[in-house]
Design a protein around this ligand. Structure first.
Ligand code: NAD
Length: 255
């Protein structure tokens, strides 16, 4: 597969989970992948090594998100890394994947947790896009990793769902703004995916319960989301913009 050869992609939070799955897939499809990570350098290097082992091209980029100056730090690290790699500056595909979850009904959410959640899930992608616009080439892609939870009312994920709702709104307004440059902006909205974010899935009973929520009868894997992201990143999706695309195994149908 080489749908994405000649393209450069940056995937935030690509050391593990869905981000790692997306990075591996974009690498397999021929993109040069910037594997962003916040704290786990060893895991990020593993993602890079796995892309290289599959015949792809990749390098790691470090920046902590959710702190003041995060976007500037990320882009400075990206610029340095791409220069060191000997590639032309700029990128074609930006995947805003990094995010954190917070479980708790409205009564239990603290102000500090709320601020942290919005800093990582909303503020960071907003400024990463803002400060990445001059690097993003015309005809490029912005892909935001949202969540299917915005379509259902789940009190235990109240504040988390709000952050993804904000990301969806950003997706729509950005699509409108960047259309003139041929840049598409879309969101992918996963259902329950087997990652560290869902450590409760290790419990067989909870896993079976989660699987029963999807009409396809199983829990999702990072690859289930990565395939959709690769499609949105490809020329095949060149006429698709301003969309929130579910990868939930149809869980909205069963509710
Ligand atoms: P994960 O916890 O396995 O991975 C999250 C990634 O984001 C990690 O690489 C982590 O290092 C990075 N990250 C988190 N905070 C960061 C920070 N402050 N600075 C830099 N990097 C940071 O979770 P995941 O399930 O792979 O989640 C990836 C995305 O998918 C998130 O945006 C999440 O909200 C979304 N999502 C996940 C699910 C699910 O069921 N797992 C469902 C819907 C949406």
């Amino acid at each position: 597969m080489s749908r994405l050869s000649g393209r450069t992609a940056l995937v935030t939070g690509a050391s593990r989970g869905i981000g790692r799955g997306i990075a591996l897939r974009l690498g397999r499809e021929g993109a040069l992948v910037a594997v962003h990570y916040g704290s786990n350098e060893t895991a990020a290097k593993e993602t890079v090594a796995d892309i290289l082992a599959a015949g792809g091209r990749a390098f790691a980029v470090h920046a902590e998100l959710g702190v003041p100056g995060d976007a500037a730090a990320l882009w400075a690290a990206f610029d340095r890394a791409i220069e060191a790699y000997g590639e032309r500056p700029g990128l074609d595909i930006l995947v805003n994947n990094a995010g954190i979850a917070l479980h708790g009904e409205i009564g239990t959410v603290t102000e500090a947790d709320y601020d942290r959640l919005f800093a990582v899930n909303v503020r960071a992608p907003f400024f990463v896009v803002q400060q990445g616009l001059e690097r993003l080439r015309d005809g490029g892609r912005v892909i935001n990793v949202s969540s299917g939870v915005t379509r259902i009312a789940l009190p235990v994920l109240s504040a988390y769902a709000m952050t993804k709702g904000a990301l969806d709104t950003m997706t729509l307004t950005l699509a409108q703004q960047l259309g003139a440059r041929g840049i598409t902006v879309n969101a992918v909205a996963p259902g329950i995916i087997d990652t560290d974010m869902n450590s409760h899935l290790a419990d067989p009973e909870q896993r079976a319960q989660a699987a029963s929520l999807a009409v396809l009868g199983r829990v999702g894997e990072p690859a289930d989301v990565a395939g959709l992201v690769a499609f949105v990143a490809s020329d095949d999706a060149g006429w698709v913009t301003g969309q929130i695309l579910d990868a939930t195994g149809g869980s909205h149908l069963g509710l």
